[in-house]
Design a protein around this ligand. Structure first.
Ligand code: BGC
Length: 922
């Protein structure tokens, strides 16, 4: 048995480090920050009591034992005093105005009502302190995009009034943005606070990271992963975002800084890569040379802390390429690194070995004479280094006399619909202007390509008693193992089971691989997948660690720290028998209003790929996997199940696929999730070009591909059909997530029918079985099954009253009625009974809870029933003179797997039993 230890104190410390390193200080006039030792600070903004640890939806549903917000952390901090009177005023108002969570999935409002402040209140606070901190907060989330409304991207009138009054009355004013994504920043002009910092959403201990920077224990070192424009209308995707049916990606590769730095420098408020520190740095190039044989540029940079405080600096390397025939952005990020923490006067040397293909362009039209190739066009190349895209010095120059073809690829995933795309055009004064050209359209048939590349069938042998362990031990080949399965068995491999499958940890997203008795009998493990990306979502109500959000992790520009943090998450997953995280999220910040930008890293694909790789490396080092999602072009939440992203091949290759390519080629990515929506007319789950031509054949991916949860599938020109697994199998999207039962065709999928009528070949199904088994054989789930369990001991985790262990949760089968005895369970305060039900007949049920109490008649003894993490019913008992009383409620079981948690609030209630009785189908 392999034993490992997860030290919770180290986990908190590392997440705190990340929360501090990822925040971005944009403005710091009059030395407003750091706060002075011993100074009193007045904190404004009602969300001081409700720090957003993350956005909502699958990426935010981590149950936590506690959240340390900014106010909590400042209160704990010895270096500053918080104006307690003001804090009490906010706390009292908060009680009267509870936060609104909305009902159901994605319904939480983007912001909460702010407390109106009066001039008197602000003046009184200013009498107590020179400095004010104002917290502006926004959530973010799935299934919903941000909007241009007040309280969403824009500030509300009450927020603006608060900012104005604070500005008028305080000498120093600091604005902290506890937000998932960018918001309108025009208040910097109208209000002019001294300091402003994006603190993002820093997970459950995020407040500590913010306080560390506020008081100067840590110097800020985060950098913007997105350009901040003055006006949202200036973002290049503005006119082509939010479509119900489709969005034409007419800006092509000119996303974020690629657009602004090329065409619209004056529209930028803060450039990509920008972020202030409390200290100063000198970045000097020690060495720069080109090794053309090896195809790399070697650069060595010396960074010296020339200021007066400790700090880290990010060195960013940008490539400038000739315009050539294709047209290029004026700069492209080609590498970056962060120094260690430097004391004043000390230096660090950063070495870069940069493959020149990071400056290559993809020719999808043939205009260079090299169609479907990555090329370096002839002309001048300059490499710049600096600490933002704007603040750089030239460090290497070279000229290519002729075009260099770096890689010849096949046309894949090209658009079908005509549209014009953006392209630079240089006027006689050397100014870059925008023109549009016709986007090259598809010329090859993906379905023909599949026909030409069909795999060979492995002759079916029937059961030979070969176990998956025999394959791992080299006693049999994978082909011999797979040969044993008949079509019904093979069909099970494509069915992920969930959500909340009883085969794996309760309340998780899905099980795959060992999902039928016969597959399990052959020692194929049931592998557990769970959301992600910023911590484990356990709908059983179990607590887990919530990490800083993706954007924050990206802004740290710190690969090593991302690896370290995700290695700890990997250990926590192992302790909870979770093998696969549904993250990192890798979509590109194409537009600031995308609701899920908080889960993703950046507008830049190289940064996205590098940070995702660092996180995947951390997970792998702890023996688990991450799932890179959503593959690809998932850049808007509005109508996410139906919107078609119409994108040129060049933009796909250089922007929307590039981050995924980096992660796959690093070798750390072995699991991929496709999207809900379409790319160029096809739902991604059914795209052979995406999942086979590009992912596997070009990039060499050997892992598994899963759909997003209950995604649609189609063949070109056909209506979507979630049961068309045949198309998914052809494409080599291995698994459908998710099915109510992996062992049976309960949803009506067409696998067997398509095998019989020849739409798919057995060989294709066998190929999927091999992908899935190869993956499963390398998981902890497999090790458990073959008696080599990996145990993780968690130490230093504070005990919580409502803690329970995954081993306490047992699945109970419900036919129509079930009575569960609760007498054995002590009815003490803060107890959780977790019951996982495997319901054969989903529908409406009556739930009756029987209990008694000898407490006085008016005693209030509430119990709450949580259903897959959400509170669904309250049962409030009173004193019953010791007699049994039954309280009845209704619950709806929409699916088969349901994790229920009964939470007993206080002592004095004797629970006897809980009964579920079927009433009717929906
Ligand atoms: C999301 C995925 C998530 C899945 C499982 C979907 O709604 O788009 O990102 O992993 O649910 O919770």
């Amino acid at each position: 048995m392999e034993d490992r230890v997860l030290d919770w104190a180290v986990y908190e410390k590392t997440a705190r480090e990340m929360a501090a390193e990822g925040l971005v200080l944009l403005k710091n006039d009059n030395k407003a920050l750091p706060l002075k030792q011993g100074e009193t600070v007045s904190v404004f903004g009602r969300m001081q009591n409700h720090y957003y640890k993350s956005g909502t939806g699958s990426g935010g549903m981590v149950n936590v034992a506690r959240v340390v917000g900014i106010l909590d952390a400042l209160n704990e901090c010895k270096d500053v005093n918080v104006n307690q009177k003001l804090a009490e005023t906010y706390a009292a108002w908060d009680k009267e105005h509870p936060v609104e969570l909305g009902l159901g999935w994605g319904q939480e409002p983007w912001s909460q009502a702010e407390m109106p402040v009066t001039e008197e209140l602000v003046q009184e606070a200013a009498g107590e302190s020179d400095s004010a901190i104002v917290i502006i907060a926004r959530t973010a989330g799935e299934d919903k995009d941000n909007t241009l409304e007040k309280g969403a991207f824009m500030l509300t009138d009450i927020e603006t009034d608060m900012l104005r009054l604070v500005r008028e009355n305080f000498q120093k004013m600091v604005v902290l943005l506890n937000v998932g994504g960018l918001i309108d920043m025009s208040f910097l002009d109208t209000i002019s606070p001294d300091a402003c910092m994006y603190v993002w959403q820093g997970g459950m201990v995020g407040g500590y990271g913010v306080a560390d920077v506020l008081v100067g224990d840590v110097s800020p070192s985060g950098k913007l992963t997105d350009t901040i424009a003055y006006d949202i209308k200036d973002y290049p995707a503005y006119d082509n975002f939010g479509g119900e049916e489709r969005n034409f990606y007419a800006e092509d590769i000119y996303v974020g800084y690629r657009y602004f730095e090329t065409f619209a420098k004056d529209k930028v408020r803060y450039p990509f890569g920008y972020g202030l520190s409390y200290t100063d740095f000198k970045i000097g190039v020690k060495h720069a040379s080109l090794d053309f044989e090896k195809g790399v540029a070697n650069i060595c940079v010396k960074v010296t802390n020339t200021g007066k405080r400790l700090g880290k600096e990010v060195v960013q390397v940008y490539g400038e390429m000739p315009q050539g025939r294709l047209g290029k952005p004026s700069r492209v990020l080609i590498d970056f690194a962060k120094t260690k923490e430097l004391v004043p006067g000390l230096s660090d040397e950063l070495k870069f070995e940069i493959p020149l293909d990071r400056m290559a362009s993809f020719d999808d039209s043939g205009v260079t004479g090299h169609r479907n190739c990555y090329v370096l066009e002839a002309g001048d190349y300059t490499i710049h280094v600096g600490n933002s895209i704007r603040n750089t010095t030239e460090c290497l120059f070279f000229e290519l006399a002729e075009i260099v073809e770096l890689q010849k690829l096949q046309e894949a995933l090209a658009p079908y619909e005509k549209f014009d795309r953006m392209k630079p055009f240089c006027d006689e004064n050397g100014r870059m202007l925008i023109e549009y050209e016709e986007t090259p359209l598809v010329t090859v048939d993906m379905y023909d390509r599949r026909e030409q590349e069909l795999p060979e069938e492995i002759p079916v042998t029937g059961d030979k008693g070969i176990m998956l362990l025999d394959v791992r031990e080299g006693r049999a080949t994978m082909d011999e193992f797979i040969a044993q399965f008949d079509d019904e068995d093979l069909a099970c491999f494509v069915r992920g089971e969930g959500m909340g499958s009883s085969l794996v940890t309760a309340g998780t997203a899905s099980a795959f691989a060992g999902v039928s008795p016969n597959l399990i009998a052959h020692k194929i493990p049931s592998v557990c997948c769970d959301d992600g990306p910023s911590g484990m979502r356990l709908d059983s109500g179990m607590k887990a660690f919530s990490l800083p959000n993706g954007t924050l992790c990206g802004c740290s520009f710190n690969k090593e720290l991302n690896t370290r943090l995700y290695a700890l998450l990997g250990l926590e997953m192992t302790a909870n028998k979770v093998e696969v995280l549904l993250g990192p999220g890798m979509n590109i910040h194409r537009h600031p209003l995308n609701g899920r930008n908080f889960e993703y890293f950046s507008e830049d694909p190289y940064l996205t790929g590098s940070i995702a790789t660092a996180q995947l490396e951390g997970l792998k080092s702890s023996g688990v996997s991450g799932t890179i999602k959503h593959f690809c072009g998932n850049n808007q939440e509005y109508h996410r199940h139906t919107t078609d992203s119409v994108i040129s091949q060049r933009a796909l290759r250089e922007i929307y696929l590039k981050g995924f390519e980096i992660a796959v080629k690093s070798g750390y990515a072995d699991s991929v999730m496709t999207t809900y929506g379409l790319v160029n007319g096809l739902y991604t789950a059914g795209s052979y070009d995406l999942n086979t031509t590009i992912l596997r054949n070009e990039w060499g991916f050997t892992g598994v591909v899963m759909t997003d949860w209950w995604a649609s599938i189609n063949r070109r020109g056909m209506e979507p059909d979630a049961n068309d697994f045949a198309t998914m199998i052809q494409a080599q999207n291995d698994m459908y997530m998710c099915c109510p039962d992996g062992s049976k065709n309960m949803g009506g999928d067409n696998v067997i029918e398509a095998l019989q009528d020849g739409r798919i070949l057995r060989a294709e199904l066998q190929r999927i079985a091999k992908n899935v088994c190869n993956f499963a054989m390398n998981t902890n789930a497999f090790k458990r099954l073959v008696g080599e369990p990996v145990e993780v001991e968690i130490i230093n985790r504070p005990k919580q009253a409502d803690d329970f262990s995954i081993d306490d949760v047992e699945y109970i089968n419900v036919d129509r009625d079930i009575l569960i005895d609760l007498t054995e369970k002590a009815s003490t305060a803060d107890t959780n009974y977790v019951i996982a039900l495997d319901v054969e007949h989903p529908g409406e049920y009556e739930v009756s809870l029987r209990g008694s109490s000898t407490l006085e008649k008016l005693a209030q003894l509430p119990c709450t029933l949580f259903f897959n993490g959400f509170p669904v019913s309250n049962f409030t008992f009173n004193g019953t003179d010791g007699k049994d009383v039954v309280i009845r409620k209704e619950v709806k079981f929409y699916g088969r797997f349901n994790v229920l948690r009964l939470y007993v609030k206080s002592n004095g209630l004797d629970l006897k039993d809980i009964k579920f009785s079927f009433e009717k189908e929906f």
